[in-house]
Design a protein around this ligand. Structure first.
Ligand SMILES: Cc1ncc(COP(=O)(O)O)c(C=O)c1O
Length: 377
């Protein structure tokens, strides 16, 4: 409570004066990231449904919708509740929701905002439809197909058609098309192109089988940040659900030239608290501020990138210690020095923050509450 009150005094102050560790979003970079993908989607006639699990904050969702997003994607019912309570939507809940309480809460969400759900089993969809129907609500449904990540989704176009036919008669659900998550599609451009061609073959077959079976299939949802600006290579896809693009992170920009660390909108500002061990500068952002996510990109490791210091690595973190290896650094490191760390994976980093500062030209404009943090149910 005490800190919540104090955060209001941060507005208008230079970010260097903020207590650390603190996650800071640079508004110019954030706006550029939102505009870049909004422009791409507009150019290719693809509807953008940004995945709000990355930012978990209504003000950022509002910026995405103002830039032309057709709706927001969420994973969990708790996230849907947060955005619906701010009248931000329509919403696509892209997760296999299971359990009577979750279905009841989802029906409440569907009573207040347009809702689409992605499903991959009759076992989960049938009682969800019943809960929606009981509340006098309904949702559009997309049948999820596994296109290569092997995480969720039915195996192939015919299985998707078969499930859609079973769902078609259920009150409370309106079959609207198919969905996929091509999360395995990353790497060099040639690899992406090859993998997307395989994805497109499955989706095009699904559209054709749905059409033959007289099932609606005008919505085909896909996309992810690593392949975001190549989504047009899957021409069946008319909805794009990128999430990480909004802030970007060390892993994403390692794959996506010409993006660089300079495009990463969120950094954790930290202070050097110890240089007692030779070759080390220990900062006050450990795994509880950065998250323990490994670097997912090529040719590197460590727990984050220290902006402006390519010769410094973060070989490990403990809960409250970010241990920087400065043995190859040209700088001389002192207790009290400040650094900006680009996290390996921004979504898990955001989920650790209660507030995030939004700054322009180094001055705090807003202190945002991360309202959907921890909403795992
Ligand atoms: C179902 C689904 N759709 C979209 C996304 C967005 O992916 P990205 O953050 O790579 O854009 C995710 C990410 O986890 C996801 O699970």
């Amino acid at each position: 409570m005490l800190e919540q009150a104090a955060t209001h005094t941060w507005i208008g102050r230079p970010v260097e004066e903020l207590p650390t560790p603190i996650a800071v979003v640079d508004l110019d970079r954030l706006e550029a990231n939102i505009a870049r993908l909004a422009g791409y989607a507009r150019e290719h006639g693809i509807a953008l449904w940004p995945h709000a699990k990355t930012h978990k904050m209504p003000p950022v969702a509002r910026m995405q919708l103002a830039a032309g997003a057709a709706g927001l994607t969420v994973a969990k019912v708790g996230e849907a509740e947060v955005f619906a309570s701010h009248e931000l939507g329509p919403l696509l809940l892209h997760y296999p929701v299971y359990g009577p309480e979750a279905w009841r809460r989802l029906a409440d969400v569907a009573s207040t905002t347009g809702l689409t759900v992605a499903v991959d089993s009759y076992e989960a969809a049938e009682p969800m439809a019943a809960a929606l129907g009981a509340a006098g609500a309904s949702a559009e449904v997309l049948v999820e197909i596994d296109v290569g990540l092997h995480r969720t989704g039915v195996a192939g176009a015919a299985a998707a058609r078969d499930l859609a036919q079973r769902l078609d008669g259920l009150a409370g659900l309106d079959v609207a098309g198919v969905s996929c998550f091509p999360g395995h599609v990353r790497g060099p451009a040639a690899d992406i192109e090859r993998k997307l061609a395989d994805v497109e073959a499955v989706l095009a077959e699904a559209v054709s089988l749905f059409t033959e079976a007289e099932l609606r299939c005008d919505r085909v949802s896909g996309g992810c940040t690593p392949a975001m600006r190549m989504t047009h290579l899957t021409p069946s896809v008319n909805e794009l659900r990128a999430g990480t693009y909004v802030f970007l992170d060390r892993t994403e920009v390692a794959f996506d030239a010409p993006l660089t660390l300079a495009d990463c909108a969120l950094r954790v500002h930290a202070t050097v608290v110890s240089t007692a061990v030779p070759g080390r500068a220990v900062v006050d952002a450990g795994s509880k501020a950065l998250s323990d996510a490994p670097f997912g990109g090529p040719g590197g490791e460590g727990r984050g990138a220290v902006a402006g210091h390519p010769d410094v690595t973060i070989p490990f973190t403990n809960e409250e210690h970010g241990v920087c290896d400065v043995s190859a650094s040209e700088a001389t490191w002192h207790v009290g020095d400040r650094v900006e760390i680009v996290p390996n994976h921004v979504c898990t980093c955001v989920n650790l923050q209660d507030v995030i500062c939004a700054a322009r030209a180094g001055v705090v404009e807003h202190v945002w509450t991360v309202e959907a943090r921890g909403k795992v149910r």
